[in-house]
Write a protein that binds this ligand. Sequence first.
Ligand SMILES: [Zn+2]
Length: 267
Amino acid sequence: MIQKLTVLNGIIQDAFIDGIPVKKRIITPSGKNNVRTLIPLDLNSALGITNHNTANESPTADGEMHAKYFQSVENADETYTGAHLFVDENAIIQALPLDEIAYHAGDGKGDGNRRTIAVEICENGMILKAEENAKKLNAALILTYPQFKVYKHQDWSGKYCPRVILGRNSWTNFVADIEAYVESAGKETSKSLETPWKLGGVQYARDEQFIEDYEYWLANIDNSMPAWAVFIIIQKVTEKIRQELLDSEEKALERIQDFLRESGGEK
Ligand SMILES: [Zn+2]
């Protein structure tokens, strides 16, 4: 199912979005800030997602290839361009941190470049499958940043992009399908919260002070947990057990001392 993502320093931590692998191929900054702009993009006030088509029908032009290509563009220091995410029929590739501005919308210092995340839909293979994956990615991002809206490149600069979706006259359907995914994900999450053992587990962890942000874990009840969170919880549980053992040892000692004192007093 499609869920809210865990994003740490702009990097998606989830290994899958509804079964689609999410791979990290973050471009390494080099020379000029032409692909890696290093300019912060505030995700909490960002406007949403701008969808593109790669305009490359070559069979090898998948998400991985585009991430590699953009690394070479970054190294060459000539062209100012970029995209955060590439989606093909098999995978989602993250190439830039989500909290960094990318040049993709063709509107210079406008809202497209500065306040939206770029999703590039690959045209190399089964385009409808790639589009479906892109819809799920858009939905997951909206679940993560609820103020997000769905845009197309054309909204910012007039460019005929995403050309495949526009060419099929299916932009309205594309957006409607994303909204449907968001809506059904919301329903599934609230259904999960009706499952007593799931809710009970989170409440127990809160009551025992293993977690602090109860609302966060409720919202992420069906998400996989990042490794660091698992380690922190193990640490907290272990510390608690250790403390309880110490306390009970102390009480046992006190009881023995009381007993000795009392029996001594009787003499
Ligand atoms: Zn575009």
